[in-house]
Design a protein around this ligand. Structure first.
Ligand SMILES: NC(=O)C1=CN([C@@H]2O[C@H](COP(=O)(O)OP(=O)(O)OC[C@H]3O[C@@H](n4cnc5c(N)ncnc54)[C@H](O)[C@@H]3O)[C@@H](O)[C@H]2O)C=CC1
Ligand SMILES: O=C(O)C(=O)COP(=O)(O)O
Length: 528
């Protein structure tokens, strides 16, 4: 039974998706205090929120069973991503379900500003008929600066072009080619801000975008500029904006989002007639709410059911084809990580994972996460997953390097892991054979070829007559059947390795018995 806690108002259709799944219990509890939330989260496998619930470190820590946080919308700045990642909690969002709603709200704000619609409406309702007072400006022929040319910024830019505006686009990822195809002029942020009659922001709120429009940038703008924020409070410095409005250095502003929400009753922004305020309504359309609620509900279910999911925020994203290609390599990578964990004699401090040939394709970092999941999952706990494997490695003091080589010398694909512990260096390599699946092909510099599965016995020993016999007899005496065997050496009389597949798990007593055989320098039981 999975318990899903929903703490913000999401569309009924999303709740129905969750409730339609057997063995799922949905618990809708909105407007919780922090204490109530801490209590409710303790039993939840999944949490579904919008922007209101503050999912901070304490909330995540209290979610002992928590596997996934679903955000029915775009912005995840109300979720402590670092804490979620560290705890191995997946965060997913619904990135495109409310794009049009937010773009249309932005446009509604721009037109309302240009034509004084809210102020004229207030005036008229107050009994006035002031046709002269509310003369506006046209959008046609004006310049719009779009800061953040992602999904919403792009939709706003397209609509602005239809209205006959010139659009200056600023976004670190905006290419000249894409700008041209949209009819947008690519500009630096200062060029965009200084040249604009209207400015609209569409970035996430990050350290870089916090006060993107602050005192300094507000000193560059034309006094006729009108500024819109339907993205996130904090991208515009509210105090600096109030000063600019009071000094008539900007002609107006329309804000849907605020540095602190709900907006305080005595907030200075409320005093300006040329400021339009809406209570975070950008995504509040029937259509957008249905889209995001259904999208996030479906993905949360996929995560809980261990099925392929989309829109992870704290995991690299891959398309369906990439995921399908990767699937067999994930099995190999996890087995290699697990194998490495068995032969490591202490915590590794450095690890290089080399991907060769077909294994060196684009995997978004998944394979290395999987190697680490195998490695740490064995040594520490099952709580290590794709989400927290890298963070865990960093905290454990393991430096991880990836090397990608387009061609291998022997195999068309190979993943090899070399790692350093305080007791020495090891290397394990594996490949995927089309017919027989993952195979171990290299062990501490010796060529091997056997399936990487089942119960194995690995020894390093002196290459001298009788060693194989001794170990075989020892296992025979303990009634352990040998199913397969590989030996390797570099030179006669030097060090040799032996890898045996056996029919049952090897206990520590068995290992202690084999360790007594004269000439053995290392012996390990490996369970894959
Ligand atoms: N008011 C509301 O109800 C809604 C607000 N939003 C907010 O709108 C914002 C944008 O959403 P989407 O367009 O869907 O996201 P998106 O991820 O598609 O686009 C964001 C864009 O910002 C750009 N960007 C990031 N850092 C930047 C920087 N320092 N300078 C310039 N550009 C930068 C990115 O390159 C990206 O192109 C988000 O903050 C989201 O939370 C979204 C939906 C509704
Ligand atoms: O999707 C977003 O980023 C939004 O800001 C929408 O927020 P909401 O779901 O309406 O609280």
């Amino acid at each position: 039974m999975f318990r899903i806690l929903v703490t913000d108002d999401i569309a009924k259709s999303g709740i129905e998706v969750l409730e339609g799944v057997p063995d799922v219990q949905v618990d809708v509890q909105t407007n919780l205090s922090e204490t109530e939330l801490l209590e409710a989260i303790a039993e939840a496998d999944a949490l579904v929120v919008r922007s209101q619930t503050m999912v901070n470190e304490a909330v995540i820590a209290a979610g002992k069973r928590l596997k996934v946080i679903g955000r029915a919308g775009v912005g995840v700045d109300n979720i402590d991503l670092e804490a979620a990642t560290k705890q191995g909690v997946l965060v997913i969002n619904a990135p495109d379900g409310n794009t049009i709603a937010a773009a249309e709200h932005t446009f509604a704000m721009m037109i309302s500003l240009a034509r004084h619609i809210p102020a004229a409406n207030r005036d008229l309702l107050g009994g006035k008929w002031n046709r002269k007072r509310w003369v506006g400006v046209e959008l046609r022929g004006k310049t719009l600066a779009v800061l953040g040319m992602g999904r919403i910024g792009t939709e706003v830019a397209k609509r602005a072009k239809v209205f006959g505006m010139q659009v200056l686009g600023f976004d670190p990822f905006l290419t000249e080619e894409r700008a041209n195809s949209l009819g947008v002029v690519k500009a630096s942020i200062d060029e965009a801000v200084a040249g604009a009659d209207f400015i609209t922001v569409h970035t996430p709120l990050t350290k870089e975008t916090h006060h993107l429009i602050g005192r300094e940038r507000l000193s560059l703008v034309k006094p006729t500029v009108r500024i819109v924020n339907c993205a996130r409070g904090g991208i515009i410095d509210e105090q600096a904006l109030c000063e600019a409005l009071a000094e008539e250095r900007v002609a107006g502003a329309a804000l849907d989002v605020f540095e602190s929400e709900p907006l305080l009753e005595d907030h200075p922004l409320r005093q300006f007639e040329n400021v339009i305020l809406t209570p975070h309504l950008g995504a509040s359309t029937v259509e957008a709410q249905e889209n995001v609620a259904i999208q996030v509900a479906e993905q949360v279910i996929h995560v809980l059911m261990d099925e392929p999911f989309e829109h992870a925020v704290n995991l690299p994203s891959l398309n369906a084809q990439q995921k399908a290609q990767l699937a067999p390599y994930l099995v190999l990578a996890e087995k290699l990580g697990l194998f490495a964990a068995h032969i490591a004699q202490g915590a590794p401090s450095e690890m290089t994972v080399t991907y060769t040939g077909d294994a060196a394709g684009r995997d978004g970092g998944y394979l290395t996460r999987t190697v680490l999941k195998g490695l740490f999952g064995f040594q520490y706990s099952d709580d290590i997953n794709y989400v927290n494997a890298l963070t865990f490695a960093e905290e454990a003091g393991l430096r991880v390097k990836e090397v990608r080589e387009s061609r291998g010398l022997v195999y068309t694909n190979e993943i090899s892991i070399s790692f350093v512990t305080e007791n020495g260096t090891h290397r394990v390599g594996g490949t995927l054979y089309h017919e027989s699946g993952p195979r171990l092909v290299e062990l501490d510099g010796y060529a091997i070829d056997m399936p990487i599965e089942g119960n194995l016995l690995f020894t390093r020993h002196v290459d001298k007559p009788g060693m194989i016999g001794h170990i075989g007899t020892c296992l025979g005496n303990l009634r352990i059947n040998i199913a397969g065997m590989q030996v390797g050496r570099r030179e006669s009389g030097g060090e040799a390795v032996m890898l045996l597949t056996v029919d049952r798990a090897l206990s520590s007593d068995v290992i202690a018995e084999i360790a007594k055989v004269d000439g053995i320098s290392m012996v390990r039981a490996i369970e894959l």
